[in-house]
Write a protein that binds this ligand. Structure first.
Ligand code: AHR
Length: 526
């Protein structure tokens, strides 16, 4: 493979015009060398009772003037359907370990009003409960990923919640579900057993959590054998929170126990949480920043690669058949709260930098598709790195939303390795790869390529050699904007939106020019 080339062709042609350096990067893709399936669940979402994530973001109530179906915003549902959201994790986060499901069922006017001590101590009306969440999922076409309360709940409370949702038999709980409007059993595809049990979920040691995990895994069942025949409810244990030694100890403890587990308990996934923060407390601005902060945040986010690799190695030791998935069920950028917002509501802007950050992380997950079979970006609406921002009746789609939309063809595609010399982009003492890329073959056999240009200044000319197919053409969409901190606002919602792009075919190779700081997805016609 030839190394990265830089041509200064224009400089010699025009003495007065500034030199425009075109970086050239060669990629090669051999479609016969396929890898694992890129599980669609790596495109999962997370909706916690936090700030305006659920209330206002999803739920406006049936009497609202904002168009809604049974209280759930129509505009948000329409936007999310286009993402083919595979699953939504709910009700938390830290909120999950203080959530008592009975407060969120029954007639709306008799719901218990409680508090949300984790997130500003505001009142929690419980008007969005089990039925409303599962109705929302039905409207957007996603599976349920329910996190049960291990910290302040009991196995009995969690088991009864699962019976209430899933059983088809005429138990008292099933009858109560029917009285509350849903005679048919619900499906729960994923069960999270606690959340960050090493911290907000109860400050447990790895061994103490392991004993809780065994009990919850044993008794908190899908009580619907007919559903189990089609697809098992996958149980996800709390896993590590980062790269420090204490997190490797956590992964070791759970996976070592899993290696020798008996029939009476089981897990299918190990969760991992890793935010791109930079430093704690979060202090990077989400808007009005420059190239230095752009390069710093991208450097921080690329640490996800080492983290996934490190915990995969431990998992491989105890589970060489890779039965247990690594589920990165909280990830994304966590910046300083927007000035004037309630700091406990984790409100931040979403810029072109976040689009690039999202694509880099999704590519890392795809490259580890054999082990990373689930991920949930934090969070879906109005909180942290959101897909959607709302303000009363107004809604805006963020740059991150468009990345998830562009990546839809990679859902359940087969990973195809890409060989490239990524080149480098340097800002001060930070050096990053200039280009990142993945490829996948969708279920219909079509080849898709994603190429991220991290360099915010230079366009990149990409030349793709293809083995195993003869390309006739290639086209798709590219996402960029004038500045690294460009954002979509309620008044200017189309600053960062995808635009069509196409490649030319020259001597059997695809050639396309990428704009600086861009995310591009194309499909290849043969
Ligand atoms: O996403 C916000 C919070 O971050 C979650 O509630 C918690 O699990 C994590 O610490």
């Amino acid at each position: 493979m030839r190394p990265l080339l830089v041509s200064f062709a224009l400089a010699s042609m025009a003495l007065t015009a500034p030199a425009v350096a075109t970086v050239k990067v060669e990629l090669s893709v051999d479609v016969s060398k396929t890898g694992s399936k890129i599980d669609r669940n790596i495109f999962g979402q997370f909706a916690e009772h936090l700030g305006h994530g659920v209330y206002e973001g999803i739920w406006v109530g049936p009497d609202s003037k904002i168009p809604n179906t049974r209280g759930i915003r129509t505009d948000v549902v329409t936007a999310l359907k286009a993402l083919k959201v595979p699953n939504v994790r709910w009700p938390g986060g830290c909120f999950a370990d203080e959530y008592h499901w009975r407060k969120g069922i029954g007639p709306a006017d008799r719901r218990v009003v409680s508090l949300n001590p984790n997130w500003g101590g505001v009142t929690e009306p419980n008007t969005f409960g089990t039925h409303e969440f599962l109705d929302f999922l039905d409207q957007i076409g996603a599976d349920a990923y329910i996190s049960v309360n291990v910290g302040s709940g009991t196995p009995q409370e969690a088991a009864e919640w699962l019976e209430y949702m899933t059983t088809a038999q005429p138990t008292t709980l099933a009858k109560e579900r029917a009285t509350n409007g849903h005679p048919a059993p619900y499906k729960v595809a994923y069960l999270g057993i606690g959340n960050e049990s090493w911290d907000c979920g109860g400050n447990m040691t790895p061994d103490y959590y392991l004993s809780q995990l065994k009990v919850y895994s044993r008794f908190v069942r899908n009580f619907n054998p007919a559903q189990q025949d089609k697809q098992q409810m996958l149980k996800i244990a709390v896993g590590p929170g980062g790269g420090e030694p204490r997190w490797t100890e956590w992964t070791e403890t759970i996976m070592k126990a899993y290696q020798h587990h008996q029939w009476s308990w089981d897990i299918n996934g190990l969760s991992m949480h890793s935010y791109t923060v930079g430093q704690w407390p979060p202090s990077f601005a989400s808007a009005n920043f420059g190239e230095t902060e752009y390069s710093q945040i991208l450097k921080f986010t690329l640490a996800m690669e080492d983290l996934v690799s490190k915990h995969s190695v431990i998992m491989d030791k105890y589970d060489p058949e890779k039965k247990v998935a690594l589920v990165v069920d909280e990830w994304g950028a966590w910046y300083a709260p927007l000035p004037g917002s309630n700091p406990a509501f984790l409100v931040q802007q979403n810029s072109l930098r976040d689009a690039i950050l999202a694509s880099l992380n999704l590519n890392i997950f795809a490259r580890h598709a054999d082990r990373v079979r689930g991920a949930n970006i934090a969070q879906m609406i109005n909180v942290l790195q959101a897909m959607i921002l709302t303000d009363k009746e107004r809604m805006v789609l963020t740059p991150t939303y468009y990345v998830f939309k562009m990546y839809v063809p990679f859902q359940d595609a087969t990973f195809v390795p890409v060989a490239l010399d990524a080149g480098t982009y340097t800002r001060g003492d930070i050096t990053l790869p200039c280009v990142d890329a993945i490829a996948g073959k969708d279920t219909a056999g079509k080849l898709w390529l994603e190429i991220t240009d991290l360099d915010p200044n230079e366009p990149v000319e990409i030349e793709v050699s293809l083995a195993g197919i003869r390309a006739k053409s290639a086209s798709g969409h590219t996402l960029t904007a004038p500045k690294v901190d460009s954002v979509n606002t309620f008044d200017a919602p189309n600053t960062v939106v995808p635009k069509p792009i196409s490649a030319t075919v020259q001597g059997g190779k695809l050639v396309l020019k990428l704009e600086p700081k861009s995310v591009t997805v194309i499909s290849v016609e043969q």
